[in-house]
Design a protein around this ligand. Structure first.
Ligand SMILES: [Zn+2]
Length: 92
């Protein structure tokens, strides 16, 4: 579970386990007991749009459950992962 601050005094919790844990659709056919990370029928409990700390792009934090840093959009998260992997290679 990740807690994200969306406004001065409002927080949302995002479950990293499955998109279904964050969804308010009942009796959804996508839920099959396993991890769902993408779903056409996904409806979040709260509609949240975040501004990326890196590039300023507006994004939906539910788009990427595997984000390492929820203040970054999926693209910036991806490039950060790439950068970390390169630095690990350099240290060896
Ligand atoms: Zn970004």
């Amino acid at each position: 579970m990740v807690r994200i601050r969306v406004t001065e005094n409002r927080f949302i919790n995002i479950s990293r386990r499955s998109l279904c844990d964050n969804c308010c659709v009942h009796n959804c056919t996508s839920f099959n007991g396993s991890r769902v990370t993408e779903c056409r029928n996904f409806r979040p409990m709260f509609l949240v749009l975040m501004k990326c700390r890196g590039c300023g792009r507006i994004y939906d934090p539910y788009q990427d459950l595997r984000s390492l840093d929820y203040e970054l959009c999926p693209e910036c998260n991806h490039s950060r992962k790439e950068a970390e992997r390169i630095s690990i290679v350099c240290e060896e």
